[in-house]
Ligand binder design. Structure first.
Ligand code: SF4
Length: 400
């Protein structure tokens, strides 16, 4: 794969944004015009503008502005990779209120994969994928040695596969179980084969919200400190936001602002992945939930606030293929890849299909009007790929 993406420094995208034609939906709205003017001159909007956009901006203009910023950074390209999700265990010593995945150790559906079982899961996909994404519950007895052994054996068996693994709370838990600092755990695991860290577990980085939805999890500051520690050790990470539980608009903006601040300091976040809480009858009955419009609004505002995080993902495992496709015109430039197997969102009710092949992802991107670009896990190698489809369905025109 070759790099095909041009320079993406602030200077280039701001300059490109300033030269783009401005759609009427933005020009005719004072709030959106001000946001455009701030972005195309300084490259940044304030928290107060972000809050107004979240609460008051008309959706069509908001998505148009987010789409302009996306295009100024990535033109018509949309990125995906060929990956596999393997969850290590669903046993967890915590019980976050939104979580449908965790099980107590004695639950009939509780499981923990042995290292051989883990490798066995990867085997049938190994030829096609270049990344395994692995997170799990907080296992009561596994220490850093277990994970180091897992990654070492995985690298020995599949040297070409990038290991993206462990949420911030898992790292904190492993550090406590192993009597080590967070930095020492990350360093040990890096030496054993850990390549990057996903963003899961950020939820909302406001402690009063965390107290209500995931008491006992790491604090907002700890989440940021763990990612900072990874960035210092040159481990790239992603960051996430779970919305539609009990947070306010200003909590969402505070969350985005904290991520933006850390990114100013370290530059270590690769991608931001926002996703809504999926409803069921038992968990968090007071959750406000998020409609498709709200999902697009949050993705758009994320693109506008997070001027320094290069990629915004449409997480189709959670929001489904249809909304993910619309999100590509609301500021998202990345869509999760082949995935193959997924438990966390599917335990919570996701209906997104898991048997998508590369060609399906390419068609999804092309049908939305964009160019599919296969990427590696660190966004350093790219390959434009066209879907195999040569014909599109053309609807008949009925003469009046
Ligand atoms: S979200 Fe993670 S830490 Fe919380 S209960 Fe679920 S598996 Fe455990």
């Amino acid at each position: 794969m070759q790099s095909i993406v041009g320079p993406n420094s602030n200077f280039y995208w701001i300059a490109r944004l300033a030269k783009m034609p401005i759609p009427l939906s933005i020009r005719s709205n004072k709030l959106l015009s001000t946001a455009y003017s701030d972005l195309s001159s300084k490259g940044r909007i304030s928290e107060s503008t972000g809050l107004l956009l979240m609460d008051e901006a008309p959706l069509s203009g908001l998505t148009a502005l987010a789409s302009m910023v996306k295009k100024s950074k990535h033109s018509d390209e949309v990125f995906f990779n060929e990956n596999l999700h393997v969850n290590t265990t669903n046993i967890c010593v915590l019980a976050c209120r939104f979580c449908a995945f965790r099980k107590g150790p004695r639950h009939k559906d509780a499981y923990e994969l042995s290292i051989e079982e883990y490798l066995h899961r990867i085997e049938p996909f190994a030829e096609h994928i270049d990344e395994v994404h692995s997170v799990g519950g907080l296992h009561p007895t596994w220490t850093v040695e277990h994970y180091a052994d897992l990654y070492r054996q995985c690298k020995q068996r599949f040297p070409h596969i990038h290991i993206k693994s462990l949420t911030a709370i898992e790292i904190k838990h492993i550090a406590e179980r192993s009597n080590l600092s967070v930095g020492d755990v990350i360093e040990t695991l890096k030496e054993s084969g850990l390549d990057s860290i996903p963003g899961g577990g950020a939820e909302i980085l406001v402690d009063s919200v965390r107290d209500r939805i995931c008491r006992g999890k790491e604090s907002s500051q700890e989440y940021l400190d763990i990612h900072r520690a990874a960035h210092k050790l040159h481990i790239p990470t992603n960051c996430t936001m779970l919305f539609g539980t009990v947070e306010s608009s200003s909590d969402r903006i505070k969350h985005l602002s904290l991520l933006r601040e850390l990114q100013d300091e370290t530059g270590g976040f690769q991608c931001f992945v926002p996703y809504p809480f999926l409803r069921d009858k038992t968990r968090l009955p007071e959750a406000q939930l998020a409609s498709s419009n709200e999902i697009l609004r949050v993705i758009s505002v994320s693109r506008l606030m997070l001027d320094n995080i290069p990629h915004i993902k449409a997480y189709r495992m959670n929001i489904g293929d249809s909304v993910a496709q619309m999100a590509l015109s609301a500021g998202a430039d990345d869509i999760d890849g082949t995935v193959g197997h997924e438990e966390i969102m599917h335990s919570a009710g996701s209906q997104t299909r898991l048997d998508s092949r590369q060609d399906d992802i390419c068609r999804l991107i092309e049908d939305a009007g964009y160019t599919p670009v296969k990427r590696n896990s660190t966004y350093s190698q790219f390959e434009r790929i066209a879907s195999l489809a040569t014909e599109r369905t053309v609807l008949p025109i009925i003469e009046a």
